[in-house]
Structures are given as C-alpha cells and as structure tokens.
Design a protein around this ligand. Structure first.
Ligand code: G3P
Ligand code: MG
Length: 247
C-alpha cells in the first residue's frame, strides 16, 4: 500500500525550524531545500478529524489556551499557527492530515505520520488515522511510515492499515522498547538522540529494526549516527544536513 523510502534526512514537524511547525508552508520549504521526507504530528479534533498539531493545546503555536480535543475541526483548520512563529507566516493555518498528505504527494515527499493522541484518545486516534490511510486512493498517497510513542495508538493503526510500515517511538532504547517494536511488527525503532550510543543502534539493528533518531541538527552528529548504522535522522535544520551526503 505504501512503501516508505528511507531517506536519511527527515524534516521534523514538516519544515523543521525554518517554518511554523506542522504546516503546509513547512512542507513547501522542506521540498525546496531538497528533502525527500518529512515527519509531522497528527491528533484528532473534537469531532474526530485528524489534523496536524503537536501539543494538546493551542497555547504555544497560536497563543490560545484552548484544548485541541475540545475544538471542532472547522475551528482548528481556521486557526492561525503562523503568526506566533513569525509575522511573515501570518495566515498559515492548521492543516488536515488529508491536505498534508496531498501536499506531500505533490511535492514528492515521503511522510512519517506520527500519531500523537491527546491523552485518553490513544486507540481512537490510531484507529481513525489507520482507517483514513487504508481508504486513501494510492494516487493521493505518498510513501508513509506510521510512528507513535503510544503502543496502543500504533496497534490500532496497524489493525486498520496493516500494510503501512510502522516505527515505535521511544526516548531511549531498552528491553521494553525492543519488545514493543517486535510485538507491533515494526520495521523501525525511532529513538531520541540524547543518550544514544553505538551499541544501542547495533542492538536494534540486530533485532532486525531500522533506527531513526530525533532531533539531530548538526552535520557532525548526523555523520556520527550514519557511521553507527542509523538509517535516518529527524532534523529541525535539514538545510544544514542536506549540503552533501552524510558520511
Ligand atoms: O518522530 C520524532 C519526533 O517528532 C518525536 O518527538 O515531540 O517532536 O513529536 P516530538
Ligand atoms: Mg513528532
């Protein structure tokens, strides 16, 4: 159904630090920089539409205290998340998952859809996102990788769309993360980079998993991780990482 392409640089939250996070503007900037893959966060609106947003409230991205899970999709899709980032992006609104995937398809970007459920909505969010992808016509669907910190969300997405590859997200590797990734039939383990060591990467690869690492913003770090066998890095500065091949 969807064949993730494993590019080695993945723009974090669409355009990284170069655009308001989780926006169509970010996707456009990622593509212009030469990215072939992006990551974005997907949560449900109060009436069940998957939309791109990281936080459970609009405080940080729109300077409003509202809870995402209590707002209708129509209100979220009209919410300006550009102005808080920079006035030049005023009018940039929260996109639906549908709009983001269409944009990725048009721009030639693979999409790591991070299922980011509001607390208490883990299974429902995974189910809705999985169902959405299962029904999406191939002509509208870019290569997709699902991921989530929530095993329940990832399992629910997998039940709906078993053919879409999955990565389990964990701050750090441990027996629990490896076991969960294996139980969920994951192809990847997506790990935080802060305390990551070469042996952790080897451990995951020996378990048959690809390793993706967040959030990596320097070529020095990206090159070190590539040498350890990391398949790809999520970056807020894809512009710095894409100036030449990682070595
Ligand atoms: O998917 C990698 C990364 O996005 C996980 O952290 O908090 O930025 O969603 P966060
Ligand atoms: Mg994310």
């Amino acid at each position: 159904m969807s064949d993730w392409a494993w590019p080695d640089v993945i723009a974090h939250r669409c355009g990284g630090a170069l655009a308001p996070e989780n926006t169509l503007a970010g996707l456009g900037i990622a593509a212009r920089l030469g990215c072939r893959a992006v990551e974005f966060d997907v949560m449900l609106s109060g009436d069940g539409m998957p939309v791109l947003i990281h936080d459970e409230t609009l405080d940080r991205t729109a300077a409003r205290p509202s809870q995402v899970a209590r707002l209708a999709a129509a209100e979220l899709l009209a919410t300006d998340v550009g102005r808080c980032f920079h006035p030049a992006f005023a009018g940039e609104t929260i996109p639906s998952l549908d709009a983001a995937l269409q944009s990725c398809k048009r721009l030639g970007l693979a999409a790591n859809v991070e299922i980011k459920p509001a607390s208490g909505f883990e299974v429902e969010t995974g189910r809705v996102v999985g169902d959405f992808l299962r029904k999406l016509a191939p002509s509208r669907c870019p290569p997709v990788l699902f991921s989530s910190f929530s095993a329940d969300a990832l399992a629910a997405a997998a039940a709906e769309a078993p053919d879409i590859p999955r990565g389990f997200l964990a701050d750090r590797i441990g027996a629990d993360a490896l076991l969960t990734a294996s139980q969920l039939g994951c192809v990847a383990l997506n790990l935080g980079g802060r305390s990551l060591e070469a042996e952790h990467v080897a451990e995951a690869r020996n378990a048959g998993l690809k390793v993706l690492v967040y959030t990596v913003n320097s070529r020095l770090d990206a090159n070190r991780l590539a040498a350890w066998g990391v398949a790809g890095v999520f970056s807020d500065r894809p512009d710095l990482l894409l100036v030449g091949p990682l070595t």
